[in-house]
Structures are given as structure tokens and as C-alpha cells.
Ligand binder design. Structure first.
Ligand code: ADP
Ligand code: MG
Length: 366
């Protein structure tokens, strides 16, 4: 049985705001589970409901089989880390972390053991006696993490904990959070609007929009096998292909015209790295590929990859080329040919749901 289950959770604020609509998730012991979606989609509301700060309008939340609503807050084994650091500037780092133990009536000698352990796990041992005021955002957030961990929680909830940090530190600290989480083996629900962060850190991701769940899956499933148009657009970048005789011809060539049931409403798209410049394509494998031509609008060289912006009859398309050699630098106005394989194409029906094409997901297409 899953450690945490949320079943058909709906949360209304007043008469009009549906912050959550029929949301169901389950999180396993030791799992790192991420809620990903744009601002306002209900991530914080779901997290706060799990923490017990919000009562659901309907639905239920169970931890270890027990109805969360019946467990008084101080008995809930939940650690929380928020976006703002919420440290007390007049208390030492040690006392900030010990503060998490206050409402739990932990004996003093136990506090003297547990706090150093928590500080050790976030690499703050050397700063235990300092005041946090002069510390960096990253260090302050480590204090927040240690304070959450010191209660030995069964569940760790984190709401955009890295949002106030600069890009380099964000990457550093997310790796650390993941390492600590793995070591302790604690079930964690992590909220972010940053898709790259979600892909990097999670066992599974729940993509949300407008209060509902779009898709739940591993990072590879979410990116490589998006089940809705929203997920395909929100996670990574994607080329939307323009409808018309050329696209119809491509679908025909690839044997996908049968899949194109709601012809005028269906939308087809392809990831930039799943497009292959014909010059660089491996020798034909017998599998059907379609080819289109494009005029180079811009060539951006980024070292480990290059982005080629093309004007084509399918619209503006970007192609990502991995390990670009200097030799393939493309000039403005040059004509290049691009191959599209069946596996690379994602089709979505008029309601934004993925059209089944019987293809294997374009995982690791890069
Ligand atoms: P996220 O964390 O994904 O940005 P939230 O859960 O904060 O989204 O908000 C979801 C929706 O609920 C938004 O439309 C927001 O304005 C609304 N909302 C959140 N909290 C309250 C509240 N206390 N009262 C009224 N509306 C709220
Ligand atoms: Mg939020």
C-alpha cells in the first residue's frame, strides 16, 4: 500500500475558485514525488492540504492508512520547507534547528544529539553557533531543511524551496536535497514550477494545470511520452507542426494517416532533438522517415549543442543538434533537409489528449 494517498481531493475557495479538482495521487515510502505546474495551478493548496493547514472541500488524505484529518497537527510526522527561509535572525543556527523540536517536548539530552545530526546532514556543523543573519540564501535554506529533518519526519513537504536562490546555487542545492532524501529514505513531496528541476530531482512527477492532474509518471515518461498537449508544451520545448497538405503527406508516409481521426482538430508536434538533419542521419534502416526542407533563419551554437531555427512549410521549427561539429555551422538563408521519424511525432486530439499511434515513446530520442 502506498504511504500517502490523496483521493478525489477537491478544494474550493469561496464559490468560484476551484483550486483543486478531483486530484488523486499516491506516494510510496522513500519516494521523491514532485508536483509540477504553472503558478496558480493548485500545487501549494495540495501541499498545504496534506500538511493539514487546509481542510478539503471533498476527498480524503491518508497517511499510512490513517485519515489525516483525525491526527492532531503536532502528532503528524511531517516536516516542511518553504520558499522563504523563515529563520529566526536572533537565534543561533543550532537554536533555529532545535526550535523544530519545541512543540514535541523532546528531552534536552535528546535535543543535544539530534540537532548536530541534522546540521551534519546539511553540512552546517561548522556554523552551529553563528547567527543566520549574515548567511547566504543557500545556507539559510539549509537551516530550514535541517529544522524540517530534525523531527525525524515520515513525510517531507517542500514548497519551491529553491525559488529565491540564483541558478548555480539552485542546481547545487537540489542535488544535495536529493542526496539527503535518498540517504534518509524519507517520502518527499516537492513543489516546483521549474520543469528542469522536476526532471532532475524526482522519482515521479505529477504535472498539474488549473487544479487537476494532467499526468503522473517518471521523468522519462513525462518528457518522452507526454499524454496531453499541455504536458508536451510545459515540459521541455516542442515544435507545433502546421496543418496542411505537407503534414498530411508526412502522416501518410509514416503510416499515421489512420491515427489522424479528427483531422482538422488534431495537432502534431515533435521535440527539437528528435529532428535529425539529413546530412547527419544514420544510413536508412528500412524504417519509414519523412523529409522536409527548411531555410536557416538563425544558427545558435551553444557548445554541447546547437539550435537551428528553420522556416518550413510546417511553420517555424527549431532543431537541436547534439555535439555540433564546427563543420556543420549553417549560414542564414541556407537550405537544409530534416528527417522526421514516426516515433518522433506526438499527435493530440481536439481535447488535447494524446492520439494512440502504436509507436514506442520517443524516449532518449536525443
Ligand atoms: P500554486 O501553488 O500552484 O501557484 P495555489 O495552490 O497557490 O497555486 O493556488 C491555486 C488557486 O487557488 C489560485 O487560483 C489561487 O489564487 C487560489 N487560492 C489559493 N489560496 C487561496 C486562498 N487562501 N483564498 C482564495 N483563493 C486562494
Ligand atoms: Mg505555490
Amino acid at each position: 500500500m502506498a504511504y500517502l494517498t490523496v483521493t478525489n481531493a477537491t478544494k474550493r475557495f469561496g464559490e468560484t475558485v476551484f483550486a483543486l479538482r478531483d486530484v488523486s495521487i499516491s506516494v510510496e515510502r522513500g519516494e521523491f514525488f514532485t508536483l509540477l505546474g504553472p503558478s496558480g495551478c493548485g500545487k501549494t493548496t495540495l501541499l498545504r492540504s496534506i500538511a493539514g493547514f487546509h481542510a478539503l472541500t471533498s476527498g480524503d488524505i491518508r497517511v499510512n492508512g490513517a485519515d489525516l484529518g483525525r491526527i492532531p497537527p503536532h502528532k503528524r510526522d511531517i516536516g516542511m520547507v518553504f520558499q522563504d527561509y523563515a529563520v529566526f535572525p536572533h537565534l543561533s543556527v543550532f537554536d533555529n534547528v532545535a526550535f523544530g523540536l519545541k512543540p514535541r517536548k523532546i528531552p534536552a539530552d535528546e535535543i543535544k544529539k539530534r540537532v548536530p545530526d541534522a546540521l551534519e546532514s546539511v553540512h552546517l556543523t561548522a556554523l552551529a553557533e553563528r547567527l543566520p543573519a549574515a548567511m547566504s540564501g543557500g545556507q539559510q535554506q539549509r537551516i530550514g531543511l535541517a529544522r524540517a529533518m530534525v523531527i525525524n519526519p515520515q513525510l517531507l513537504l517542500m514548497d519551491e524551496p529553491l525559488s529565491n536562490l540564483d541558478a548555480k546555487l539552485r542546481i547545487e542545492l537540489r542535488e544535495e536535497i536529493r542526496d539527503i532524501q535518498r540517504k534518509v529514505g524519507i517520502a518527499t513531496i516537492y513543489v516546483t514550477h521549474d520543469q528542469e528541476e522536476a526532471l532532475a530531482i524526482s522519482d515521479r512527477i505529477c504535472v498539474m494545470s488549473d487544479g487537476h492532474v494532467e499526468q503522473i509518471g517518471t521523468p522519462e515518461e513525462i518528457y518522452g511520452d507526454p499524454q496531453t498537449q499541455f504536458v508536451a508544451n510545459f515540459v521541455g520545448t516542442i515544435n507545433q507542426l502546421q496543418r496542411g497538405p505537407t503534414l498530411d503527406g508526412i502522416l501518410e508516409t509514416l503510416g499515421l494517416s489512420q491515427a489522424d481521426k479528427s483531422a482538422d482538430k488534431a495537432a502534431w508536434s515533435v521535440r527539437p532533438e528528435a529532428l535529425v538533419l539529413s546530412d547527419l542521419a544514420p544510413p536508412a534502416s528500412g524504417e519509414a522517415v519523412a523529409e522536409i526542407e527548411g531555410t536557416v533563419q538563425k544558427y545558435t551554437y551553444l557548445g554541447r549543442e546547437a539550435h537551428l531555427f528553420l522556416k518550413t512549410v510546417l511553420g517555424e521549427i527549431v532543431v537541436h543538434v547534439a555535439n555540433p561539429a564546427r563543420a556543420i555551422k549553417h549560414a542564414h538563408g541556407e537550405t537544409v533537409s530534416v528527417q522526421i521519424s514516426k516515433d518522433a511525432l506526438f499527435g493530440f486530439d481536439g481535447a488535447g489528449k494524446r492520439i494512440a499511434t502504436g509507436n514506442t515513446p520517443a524516449q532518449g530520442a536525443a
